[in-house]
Design a protein around this ligand. Sequence first.
Ligand SMILES: *[C@@H]1O[C@H](CO)[C@@H](O)[C@H](O)[C@H]1NC(C)=O
Ligand SMILES: *[C@@H]1O[C@H](CO)[C@@H](O)[C@H](O)[C@H]1NC(C)=O
Ligand SMILES: *[C@@H]1O[C@H](CO)[C@@H](O)[C@H](O)[C@H]1NC(C)=O
Ligand SMILES: *[C@@H]1O[C@H](CO)[C@@H](O)[C@H](O)[C@H]1NC(C)=O
Length: 468
Amino acid sequence: MPLSTSTFTFLLLLLLLSSLPLISPHGIVSNISSMDPYEKETLFQVMDSMSSDRDWRSSNPDPCAPGSSWPGLECKQAAPDGLLHVTRLDFGTPPGPTCRSAAAFPSLVFRLPHLRSLFFLDCFRANRTTLSVPTAPTPLLQQLSLRSNAALVGPIPPQLLSLASLQVLTLSQNGLSGAIPEGLSLLASLVHLDLSYNHLTGRIPAHIGRLASLQSLDLSYNSLSGTIPPSIGRLRSLQKLDLSSNSLSGAMPETLADLGQLTLLALSSNGLAGDFPGGLPRLRNLQCLLMDGNPMSVPLPSRLGRLPRLQELRLANSRYRGPIPGSLARLASLTALSLENNRLTGEIPRGLGRLGRMYHLNLSGNMLGGVVPFDARFLRRLGGNLDLSGNPGLCVDTSERYVGVKLGVDVCGAADDDDNNGTTSGSGGSSDGHQQLTGGSAGVCCDLSTLWLGISGALAVLHHWLLL
Ligand SMILES: *[C@@H]1O[C@H](CO)[C@@H](O)[C@H](O)[C@H]1NC(C)=O
Ligand SMILES: *[C@@H]1O[C@H](CO)[C@@H](O)[C@H](O)[C@H]1NC(C)=O
Ligand SMILES: *[C@@H]1O[C@H](CO)[C@@H](O)[C@H](O)[C@H]1NC(C)=O
Ligand SMILES: *[C@@H]1O[C@H](CO)[C@@H](O)[C@H](O)[C@H]1NC(C)=O
């Protein structure tokens, strides 16, 4: 009996369907055991050495199967073999598994051939372990983030430089020491490089300018010495540069002015001296210039007033001399100005009092003189965030003594022994003439996360890093 056409079509369809892999609602092929056995064993070994969950291997026989494991393990099906491969591992971020207390760095993890993102947060705490990378590690890794691992010690290994696809390298808050490998400049895909809060020594690599895609460079809180390499000016996409709390010396290189995308420049607590780059006003996007604690020993240049977006200017404890440039009154976006403990002389520029967004002004510990040029409204707005104390030559006009603000300045013409009683006895403050700043002193633009939120979402790869 001949088959009817429709029955034939039906059977054909059935045949076709049975030969296709099944697609789960998540779009993942549901042949749940189809992992490369070698890769699966590598994953188990990494978990054996890392996870505080001793039974992980037996309770997750198919770790890539949907729903079988923790959100920190991500698997994706990849051509050409169509198998499921481990693409992301995330330790230490809840609800991921916590790391067991004696965990040693599992260099085997770099043998997972499709791994793209690897995160270890707060993992290596008890037993000292080194960051070891095998020769020929997985070529696809794009994000490597090892943060807050106090027991992760030793140098940054040269093998790390074979991770040619790296876009995000975060090795912050570990115990790493030694020099930054010069070859780091060859990781041409790097967008974000953060080596902050370690014990790194030596110089900043001279060819750091080769990292043409870099948007954020943070080497702060190490012991780096030498000068800032001029090649840094070639990082034309750089938005954040933080080299604070090192032992850098010399003058800022002239090429810093080429960083037209820069929003944050932090060079505080170094040994920098000498003048600012002549091209400083080309930093059109600069919002935060943080340079406290450098032995600069120059007058403040008036071109500081030509940074149109500047919100925060911190230049305290830096031996600046001469007058406060009147041009600072042109910084219409300025919210915080710290010039305390320098050797500034002359009068306070009247225009500073007209900066409508200013909320923090510290000019204490200088040699300023003359009449304080601020009106009652300005004084009231700044309140305890205004500090003019420690400038023996300053005085305040009696007509401005009504607000409840303690400036630490005498009334003009008052007797010398009328100690710090110039303004009013209003809202009370600390008795030493310094008003304590009650929190919130760091400006918005210096908050890393806010800064990064400002960067377009185009860098999807950075999304996870943002949450860390
Ligand atoms: C599913 O995986 C198993 C084990 O790897 C394999 O033997 C089987 O052929 C696979 N089935 C399909 C439809 O791919
Ligand atoms: C971790 O350190 C402790 C104490 O020093 C030691 O007894 C233990 O054997 C170490 N564990 C590993 C895995 O090295
Ligand atoms: C101003 O700076 C001095 C010296 O660092 C500090 O003691 C004082 O608290 C600061 N004042 C304000 C209002 O921040
Ligand atoms: C401050 O001024 C008030 C009133 O002008 C006066 O009563 C007080 O004794 C003064 N305090 C000091 C410490 O000079």
